[in-house]
Ligand binder design. Structure first.
Ligand SMILES: [Ca+2]
Ligand SMILES: [Ca+2]
Ligand SMILES: [Ca+2]
Length: 307
């Protein structure tokens, strides 16, 4: 009888031990062990933004549309904005924060660190930009083919057919990373790396003393004056005048609608891009969501050619 009771006791103790082991693996509310596979009761889901959905406080995107006026006489590309053509055009700010040095903070830089504004006019043959940039520290000197966005550079995005779309591996849109040397305009195409599009642009930067990494008059204000040829998305991906005959640019006409963005990669103390500032609001709450212009023209603003 004693042996029988002892066997029953051993069986009971063993069964209880197995039950406890299972509890510790699957979560036991009595002991407070969380169950990784099940949501905890009464705990709200973390607030995850949907990257595909604009945030409810999005500003009206139409405010970023630019109506570029036609000019009979093109501005002279010399880095000064005193041409008659520019008097006809409206300034718009470059004040939308796409990236910040403190990851995902999106706190805008002080005006003395960076501020910018731009104008655009057009002729039948070219688009023209006047861009005023204030930047406190000038960073330059990288090989143009190696991360040109990590030097100070003006970045002009253009989508000629105005339909938007992904442009990572094609020429639906071109993103010109314009270096301070007034020569090298680098466009990234997936599978091809950075490609020089120098022959698409002529540009001069007023008030820049590049050898001394500063402004001539000490104001830290620079005037980029740019003449741009416009190409359709049929431009060969690796179009390069060093290796192939240049393609013919488009003729421009009234009521043509394109998509565009004007942005500045601001490198300062760290020697690489700290702020990425643009002219158009891009929805999102992370840098991955807001730094989208290099992938898709869907986030560009509209550009209307008017007379
Ligand atoms: Ca000029
Ligand atoms: Ca700066
Ligand atoms: Ca800078």
């Amino acid at each position: 009888m004693r042996v029988f009771l002892l066997l029953i006791a051993i069986f009971f103790i063993g069964f209880t031990a197995c039950e406890n082991k299972n509890d510790s693996a699957s979560g036991n509310p009595a002991t407070g062990t969380p169950d990784p596979g099940e949501p905890e009761p009464n705990k709200p889901e973390p607030n995850k933004p949907d990257p595909g959905k604009p945030e409810p406080n999005d500003p009206d995107l139409e405010q970023f549309t630019y109506n570029a006026v036609f000019v009979e006489e093109a501005p002279v590309i010399d880095g000064t904005g005193d041409d008659a053509a520019w008097k006809k055009a409206e300034w718009k700010p470059i004040d939308q924060v796409w990236m910040t040095p403190v990851y995902n903070s999106f706190t805008p830089p002080a005006d003395t660190n960076f501020s910018g504004r731009f104008k655009i006019v057009w002729t039948e043959d070219r688009l023209y930009y006047l861009v005023e940039i204030t930047d406190n520290i000038i960073v330059h000197g990288r090989d143009p083919y190696v991360n040109p966005e990590n030097d100070d550079c003006l970045e002009l995005f253009i989508n000629s057919n105005g339909k938007g779309g992904n442009h990572v591996a094609n020429n639906t849109a071109i993103a010109y990373h314009m270096k301070l040397d007034e020569e090298n305009a680098m466009d990234y195409v997936s599978g091809h790396g950075f490609i020089k599009r120098n022959h698409h642009l002529v540009y001069k930067i007023g008030n820049l003393d590049l050898p001394n990494r500063g402004s001539i008059d000490g104001s830290n204000k620079y005037v980029w004056e740019v003449e741009m040829k416009i190409y359709s998305d049929t431009l060969p991906v690796d179009d390069n005048p060093e290796t192939t005959p240049p393609a013919a640019p488009e003729k421009l006409s009234e009521n043509k609608t394109m998509r565009f963005a004007v942005a500045y990669c601001d490198a300062d103390e760290t020697g690489s891009r700290e702020y990425f500032m643009g002219n158009v609001f891009i929805p999102g709450s992370t840098a991955d969501q807001k730094n989208k212009a290099y992938q898709t023209a869907d986030v560009f603003a509209k550009l209307n050619l008017v007379k």
